[in-house]
Design a protein around this ligand. Structure first.
Ligand code: FE2
Length: 410
């Protein structure tokens, strides 16, 4: 569905690469979103808020004008509210005004959603633009409003919006069109910028991106936007991937971990020999250790497609040291690389869990085979097994992937 006269393209995900990071569109071919029971997930997060067990209360926000009551749990679904329409009617009656909930980190409550969203992002990794390095996050938006909860703004994230219920319309403007309204130091990707104008005050006609149940809308980080609705309840699932990643604190942490910033021993200042030899050696070792630390951090991120807040993926049963095959629970179950700081080591990561092993040809062969597995595919482990089970680091790597929930062993 698109507004007459301003038709936005409808593209299949297979041909999406040319729109990725460039133009808003309706995306077809992401049918996996349809497997998510969005209201059930919304209610599950609501139940955690009600029970006081939600680990990140700041992830749950209610938007109303004027601000609503602070007791958010009461305004989230109760166990006896089985459908979204009934729930939304109850909240609308209770609040007597437009409202919407935004529930961030939704993937933390659903391994299925995490794996599905990761898979969508991994499919973009191979495009010319690749996957941005910033955080990935899924969030739910449920509400009943005519004008969206936030005014015109631009985010630092590209967004896929799956409409679960109702109709969602995004009003969109290319960055250049409203750049005069933004602070002079803002740029198309690296800032969240709220504007003080309403759509009525803007001469330029917005692009209207509209979707009904089952449709997926996409817009890049560079587009200004705000939401519009027909006033009836709507519920949507958003997959956001941020363009911006500040690496300064990552490197600062790595250098601190490697000894820079720690108290240096007093003899460092006393002799030419110390200055000429030991100091340089210390610097080299520190740089290599910091490089290794950042590389390991980046591999861990790579393995999650940049999701940082994950669901509990730990398996119910223990790993099998005598396993004969490994089956991938998800596509690309491991990420691995030769350590940039210490080339005699390999870094291995699975769902954010990372480790190092010695760089050995047999281990590299195993990692290469594992890393290319499609979801559900199995790898015969005979080449890495002896009479007593898995050999050396093969066992270490597979036990870690099993613990991270990316493979099963049997
Ligand atoms: Fe936004």
């Amino acid at each position: 569905m698109t507004a007459p006269g301003r038709a936005l393209p409808v593209v299949d995900f297979a041909g999406f690469a040319e729109h990725w990071n460039r133009r808003p569109c309706v995306v077809r071919g992401l049918d996996e979103f349809g497997t998510v029971d969005v209201y059930e997930l919304y209610a599950r997060i609501g139940a955690a808020v009600r029970a006081g067990t939600h680990r990140r209360p700041d992830d749950v926000k209610l938007f109303t004008a004027p601000p609503g009551p602070p007791d958010l749990g009461r305004l989230l679904p109760a166990a006896a509210e089985p459908d979204f329409a009934g729930y939304a009617a109850r909240v609308s009656a209770e609040l007597g005004r437009d409202w919407s909930f935004v529930l961030n980190s939704a993937q933390a409550f659903s391994p299925e959603l995490y794996r599905l969203a990761r898979e969508v992002l991994l499919r973009l990794r191979g495009t010319a633009d690749g996957l941005p390095a910033g955080l990935s996050d899924c969030f739910l938006v449920g509400g009943s409003y005519a004008t969206g909860p936030t005014r015109i703004h631009k985010d630092t994230a590209d967004v896929f919006l799956y409409v679960a219920q109702g109709v969602k319309t995004m009003l969109l403007w290319p960055y250049e069109v409203l750049v005069d309204q933004a602070p002079p130091d803002s740029d198309p990707e690296h800032n969240f910028v709220p504007l003080k104008v309403t759509p009525d005050e803007i001469a330029a006609e917005p692009l209207r991106l509209t979707g009904g149940p089952g449709e997926v809308l996409y817009w890049p980080a560079s587009y200004w936007h705000c939401a519009e609705s027909d006033g009836r309840p709507s519920l949507s699932l958003h997959l956001a991937t941020h363009r911006y990643r500040d690496l300064a604190p990552v490197w600062a942490g790595a250098f601190a971990g490697a000894g820079i910033g720690a108290d240096l021993p007093p003899h460092w200042e006393v002799s030419e020999r110390a200055l000429g030899g030991e100091t340089l050696m210390f610097g080299q070792q520190t740089a290599a250790a910091a490089t290794s630390a950042v590389h390991q951090w980046s591999l861990a991120r790579h393995s999650t497609a940049n999701f940082q807040i994950l669901p509990d993926l730990s398996p119910r049963s223990g790993s099998e040291p005598t396993a004969r095959r490994a089956r991938a629970v998800q596509r690309f179950p491991v990420s691995w690389a030769v350590d940039a700081g210490q080339p005699e080591e390999l870094i291995v990561a699975a769902n954010g869990l990372s480790l190092r092993v010695a760089s050995q040809p047999a281990t590299i062969e195993l990692l290469t085979a594992l890393a290319s597995l499609e979801a559900g595919a199995a790898l015969d482990l005979a080449p890495w097994s002896g009479p007593a089970g898995l050999l050396g680091d093969a066992g270490t790597v597979l036990a870690a992937a099993h613990a991270a929930g990316s493979v099963t062993l049997g």
